[in-house]
Ligand binder design. Structure first.
Ligand code: IMP
Ligand code: MG
Length: 174
């Protein structure tokens, strides 16, 4: 049976907010080249929409990580499934994520990437669920939307690998 999905954020709302964030990022990185690191797979739709709206020079790389753990809870032990193709030395790195939940994935990832000596490292997320944060040290520089503690899908986010392609953000109704 098909799941019933309630729309939380409409496509137009999401794209309008991405345009605002892109303008802010373009301003903050003026005169520099921003190196976007897309965290696969969830970050891919947001990264593309963000990148298209940036007015500063952009380079991109992709990384895939998985949190060990079952179901919808991440364990904090992160495994790199696909590493970056390029070194980060002296680059202005902007990590692009779909959602920050417990913060465990990003807490680990930021430490790993810092060791590669980028000029700077910042974090940009489509969604933030601050109520669920365990790793309080994860500082998010750019957040499109802060949402309540609900499991969301669409715009890159999946439930059992499905619904990433929805052009809006929704909640699966039980
Ligand atoms: P964290 O390590 O707990 O912050 O986990 C973040 C990752 O969990 C995200 O990159 C998503 O892949 C996944 N995740 C967390 N919340 C949701 C959700 O509401 N929908 C879909 N995936 C989620
Ligand atoms: Mg993810």
């Amino acid at each position: 049976m098909a799941d019933k999905i309630r729309v939380l954020l409409k496509e137009e709302e999401v794209n309008a907010r991405i345009s605002e964030i892109a303008a802010q990022v373009s301003k903050d990185y003026e005169g520099k080249c921003v190196h976007l690191i897309c965290i696969l797979k969830g970050g891919v739709f947001f990264t593309c929409e963000l990148a298209k709206r940036l007015t500063v020079p952009v380079t991109m790389d992709f990384m895939s990580v998985s949190s060990y753990g079952s179901g919808t809870v991440s364990s904090g032990v992160v495994k790199i499934i696909k590493d970056l193709d390029e070194p980060l030395e002296n680059k202005e790195v902007l990590i692009v994520e779909d959602i920050i939940d417990s913060g465990r994935t990003l807490a680990y990832l930021i430490e790993v990437l810092k060791q590669r000596k980028p000029a700077s490292i910042r974090l940009c997320t489509l969604l933030d669920k601050p109520e669920r944060r365990v790793k309080k040290q994860v500082a998010v520089d750019y957040t499109c939307f802060t949402i309540p503690d609900e499991f969301v899908v669409g715009f890159g986010l999946d439930y059992d690998q499905k619904y990433r392609n929805l052009p809006y953000i929704g909640v699966i109704e039980q």
